[in-house]
Design a binder for this molecule. Structure first.
Ligand code: SF4
Length: 345
């Protein structure tokens, strides 16, 4: 499916479904007040899964006109990091989801295989997450990714969730956080008022791709030059910065496309310290891929004849070649021990 910006559908967030239980939370009030100025309609619901979990929803149609769902999360708040996710050498690797789904529309996004709805859920009870993180911290240091299953920085202007999280994290000396994004938002206001010590424990991780990949497959996301400026700004604001070359896609002229891209990255960032980098090829569970292909039947990217190993679909031996090529291009830019790789073969 092409980028879903068009004139047929409502713009995003014209409709906000809010659990009655969620309405009294400050984040819900912040979001509703902001969207009221745009004329959005609020519809009270009993349980978010009544809307989000319905069967026979169209992920692509909802992506074209995303609604927002405000909910209170119950049950687990912290999950162990999945085997296909890079832990960057950290033990006690967890992730948490303050939100589900993302305003961007990447053709390869696993969320379209994971959820039956493309609407964005915001869980407004952040304090409950903080309590559970503190329980884990009482046992051991924690490495926590808070921008999986969403792009939290892209939603920050609406939610303020990252600023709230930083206020919590500032008191947690043994908590290291990763915030992954494709956005190019200005992070200087995010950092404002927090100590250098607090910010040093919050890694801003930028997913970077060649412009030809961005324009073809990463719909609604900023171009590379803007992302590179955002990396520089994050460093200047006091955050450690991580570069994520993941997922690499098997495109024609791979070496030329990625070679020129990596030269652009090296040139733009040669004078700032980059914490580390991850390199990974596109990889997805066969169950998710089946749903993704159904959602995007015209996607050449998804229809590729992947090799399937233990129910993970990827590029096989070619994937290893792709990773090794990118790793070679980063030699001299980053020490080997700060380049982390993920692939299946
Ligand atoms: S930015 Fe990440 S979470 Fe958002 S659509 Fe793209 S791949 Fe999915």
């Amino acid at each position: 499916m092409k980028s879903s910006t068009n004139t047929i559908y409502n713009p995003p967030w014209t409709h906000v479904y809010a659990e009655r239980e969620a309405l009294s939370y400050p984040i819900a009030q912040t979001v509703i007040s902001a969207l009221a100025k745009r004329g959005s309609q609020v519809i009270e619901i009993a349980q978010y899964m009544d809307i989000f979990g319905r069967t026979h929803q169209s992920f692509p149609a909802q992506k074209a006109s995303q609604a927002l769902i405000l909910a209170v999360k119950h049950g687990n708040f912290l999950y162990p990091g999945a085997a296909v996710c890079q832990d960057f050498g950290n033990s006690n690797f967890y992730y948490t989801s303050f939100a589900m789904n993302c305003p961007f529309d990447c053709e390869y996004c696993y969320l379209q295989g994971m959820y039956s709805s493309a609407n964005i859920v915001l869980f407004v009870n952040q304090e409950d997450y903080f309590s559970e993180i503190q329980n884990a911290l009482a046992e051991h240091p924690v490495y926590l990714c808070i921008s999986y299953d969403t792009d939290l920085p892209a939603l920050e202007g609406l939610t303020g969730m990252i600023r709230r999280y930083l206020a919590f994290a500032s008191g947690q000396q043994t908590l290291t956080t990763e915030l992954r994004t494709k956005s190019a938002i200005s992070v200087t206001p995010l950092a404002d008022g927090f100590s250098a010590d607090t910010l040093s424990r919050v890694i801003m991780a930028y997913s970077l791709s060649p412009d030809s990949i961005i324009s073809r497959f990463e719909h609604r996301t900023p171009v590379l030059s803007k992302r590179l400026l955002a990396v520089r700004e994050a460093h200047a604001a006091g955050f450690p910065v991580r570069l994520c070359f993941d997922p690499l896609l098997s495109v024609p002229d791979f070496k030329e496309v990625y070679g020129a891209f990596l030269a652009q990255v090296r040139e733009a960032l040669h004078d700032i310290p980059v914490l580390d980098a991850s390199i990974g090829v596109f990889r997805i569970s066969d169950g998710y891929l089946k749903r993704m292909r159904r959602n995007r039947p015209d996607s050449a990217l998804l229809q590729y004849p992947f090799s399937n190993e233990n129910h993970v679909c990827s590029y096989g031996a070619r994937g290893m070649e792709m990773v090794n090529f990118v790793k070679g291009e980063l030699a001299g830019f980053l020490p080997k021990n700060r380049i982390f790789t993920s692939f299946t073969s």
